[in-house]
Design a protein around this ligand. Structure first.
Ligand code: PEP
Ligand code: CO
Length: 444
């Protein structure tokens, strides 16, 4: 086997790459990014891997959430804060019920590139290149907006840095303090039954914290007044990921410093493909989406290639089966158990449950999402494996993109505030509601 380098992927076929119109401009863009500082650091990535190793053993629970496709326009302090708040709220609900730490991960600070089923999108007889994420082109339906522009990768890098900066400020600067659980309640959600449930939980947490102080425990420590928050995105644009891949000066190992965890999508996990080659050599925790069209032999070989030493915390299988979960998950779990492969099992109940509403909106129903999560837990319990986490497309905004939930959004409401550039997201209230539902499943 040829030796891995951060460029060795170039000898393999890379699916889902944009057709950049100007090669020189593309080289200039990735060259610019390669000189800029890393977005995250190797030490943080290693810490995350340890937390994921705990999740693989059932000693922690993974919560990943954020936009399907982050929008450049949404890189604002309020938008980032609202999504962070909901993830922190969900994490409190889950850790309180489950009695385990929650590994908090945003699909944030770099989730700007999308794989697409079709190269072209056709509206009223006009065909244009598909939207491939803000780092590639723009969602507007004009030719100028859809032509891939490599400079958007540079812009995406800078906006990821700005997002990372505010996330660090919020989580390390006091906002993420457990004493502030009340402050994370979302204005829009506050008055709902979910908001009130959350207030109650917050009160009981504050009582617990007060009690600790009364008996002399110092709560002015990072465990109490800071939140550990990690970032993730799909490692799709190979040139961008290569440009942010750096050698750690302490261990000499290579890390993709574009995010803490990078995942490989269901469409780009070919055993002999460029994405797998690239990710096999970086030491980050790697997520891998697994959908209904998988082959058990290929998954076994992928685990071997991506994690030859079977290190715990290295691999997270993010399963996304939708209604066919009963047909696929048990067999996959049995194979993994039989082979002794270490993984975190994470449920993505979004991507197998998408449908088009009568209004033409791409949507997902709350009950379908909940059902897939329930099946996920039940199958793992029945098989004696560990349901280690969940993965959502969600936002802190009050959007109407998924149907159902406490406010019972129906198809005809979808147009009221449908904002996503790609897949439909749970809004703040639906996200919190799911966290409460999951907390019932994992309650100790
Ligand atoms: C996604 O997570 O937005 C995505 C494209 O997922 P998948 O690769 O599972 O289809
Ligand atoms: Co998506």
């Amino acid at each position: 086997m040829a030796e891995w380098t951060k460029k060795s992927w170039q000898k393999f076929e890379a699916l889902q790459q944009p057709k950049w119109p100007d090669a020189a401009d593309y080289e200039k863009a990735v060259g610019t990014i390669a000189k800029l500082p890393p977005l995250v650091f190797a030490g943080e990535i290693r810490a995350m891997k340890e937390e994921l190793a705990a999740a693989s053993r059932g000693e922690a629970f993974l919560l990943m959430g954020g936009d399907c496709s982050e929008a450049f326009d949404n890189c604002t302090a309020p938008a980032i804060r609202e999504t962070l708040k909901v993830i922190l709220q969900m994490a409190v609900v889950l850790s309180y019920a489950g009695g385990k730490p929650v590994v908090k991960v945003g699909r944030m600070a770099g989730q700007y590139a999308k794989p697409r089923s079709a190269d072209l999108e056709t509206i009223d007889g006009v065909s244009l290149p598909s939207y491939r994420g803000d780092m590639v082109n723009s969602p507007g339906f004009t030719e100028a907006e859809r032509i891939p522009d490599a400079q958007r990768m540079v812009q995406g890098y800078h906006l990821s840095a700005a997002t990372m900066n505010i996330l660090r400020a919020f989580t390390k600067g006091g906002y993420g303090s457990l004493e502030r659980v009340h402050a994370w309640n979302n204005e829009f959600v506050k008055a709902s039954p979910m908001g009130r449930n959350y207030e109650r939980l917050g009160k009981s947490m504050n009582q617990a914290l007060n009690f600790m102080r009364v008996v002399g425990i110092d709560t002015n420590t990072p465990q109490f007044n800071q939140a550990q928050f990690y970032t993730s995105h799909e490692a799709l644009l190979m040139g961008y990921e290569e440009a942010l891949t750096r050698q750690d000066s302490i261990t000499n190992e290579w890390y993709d410093c574009s995010a803490h965890l990078v995942w490989i999508g269901d469409r780009t996990r070919q055993l002999d493909g460029a994405h797998v080659e690239f990710l096999s050599g970086v030491k980050n925790p790697i997520g891998m989406k697994v959908g209904p069209n998988h082959d058990l032999d290929v998954i076994r070989a992928l685990a071997q290639k991506l994690n030859p030493e079977n290190e715990a915390g290295r691999l997270t299988f993010i399963t996304r089966f939708g209604k066919s979960i009963e047909d696929h998950l048990p067999g996959l779990v049995r194979m993994v158990k039989k082979e002794g492969i270490n993984v975190v099992w994470c449920c993505d109940p979004m991507h197998g449950n998408t449908y088009t509403a009568e209004t033409g909106h791409k949507t997902r129903n709350f009950n379908d999402i909940l059902e897939e999560i329930q099946c996920f837990f039940e199958i793992h319990w029945a098989e004696g494996s560990i349901p280690g986490g969940v993965h959502f497309e969600m936002t802190g905004q009050n959007v109407t993109e998924c149907t159902g939930g406490g406010r019972n959004i129906v198809d005809k409401n979808l147009g009221e505030n449908y904002q996503t550039n790609c897949d439909p997201r749970l809004n703040a209230e639906q996200s919190l509601e799911l966290a409460f539902q999951i907390s019932e499943m994992i309650r100790q």
